[in-house]
Design a protein around this ligand. Structure first.
Ligand code: SF4
Length: 242
């Protein structure tokens, strides 16, 4: 995989996605989407290359109703043909979160059984996966590379170097609808109990697990339950300040 990172790491957006989808990982690549505030841009880029690329949505059973309706709308508009709704194991929920309140006492564990483990199962058979993280989200994402090896798979963040305005412009130019909650003040949208509105001067992800140290959701954790921290950006786009 090293040669792919070295040869394509300077690219981003569709320029990066096309060779990965059509050549290097043909039929072996998936997009993970929360169908949240910025998701439409990346979904559109992937669909414009190949709308049959599998799109994995982790249904934690804690999402806003608005997110599910938005998902349906985007699936129709972009004609995505392989959207996979992945749910946690019923046995895990029954054993560890029968009351549905684990997010209050052990959010990391809740993410582990509702996101990390289901994603691990959903990614079996894929050599690469695409996510929508960006450097402007701040925190551990500030030095995000466009590609990195995680748990033996290539993890791709083609919009790592995009600014918030780039996303807004892309969505406007391609006539993509906003998530209905963005107009209500939500700039990053995940599970309902762990998502709050953000102030205009705050980081876009400040409303996620607001008031807690936790800043990343389960899917950006390794399967062993450890947070993946970016310490050595490989293939980052020059000018990111990392
Ligand atoms: Fe649970 Fe909150 Fe993580 Fe969703 S974001 S899986 S509700 S802790």
């Amino acid at each position: 995989m090293r040669h792919i990172i070295e040869s394509l790491g300077h690219l981003g957006g569709r320029e990066l996605l096309r060779p990965l989808i059509e050549q290097h990982f043909k039929d072996k690549i998936a997009l993970i989407s929360s169908f949240g505030a910025e998701s439409a841009a990346l979904l559109h880029m992937v669909a414009s290359i190949d709308r049959s690329v599998p799109v994995i949505f982790l249904d934690t059973d804690k999402h806003f109703v608005e997110t599910k309706l938005y998902r349906q709308k985007l699936v129709r508009q972009l004609e995505l043909s392989d959207v996979r709704v992945v749910r946690p194991l019923a046995s895990d929920i029954a054993r560890e979160d029968a009351q549905g309140l684990l997010h209050r006492s052990e959010a990391d564990r809740c993410c582990h059984i509702r996101k990390t483990l289901p994603l691990h199962g959903a990614l079996q058979g894929f050599g690469a996966w695409i996510t929508g993280r960006k450097r402007f989200h701040g925190g551990a994402r500030s030095c995000l590379p466009t590609m990195e090896m995680i748990d033996g798979r290539l993890k791709i963040d083609p919009l790592a170097h995009y600014a918030r305005q780039d996303i807004i412009d892309y969505m406007w130019m391609n006539d993509l609808p906003d998530h209905p909650l963005t107009t209500a003040g939500y700039t990053s949208i995940g599970c309902m109990p762990c998502t709050a509105k953000t102030g205009s001067s705050e980081d876009p992800r400040a409303g996620r697990w607001a008031g807690h140290k936790k800043t990343e959701c389960g899917i950006h954790w390794s399967i062993n339950g450890k947070v993946i921290r970016v310490t050595s950006p490989v293939g980052h786009v020059p000018g990111a300040g990392c």
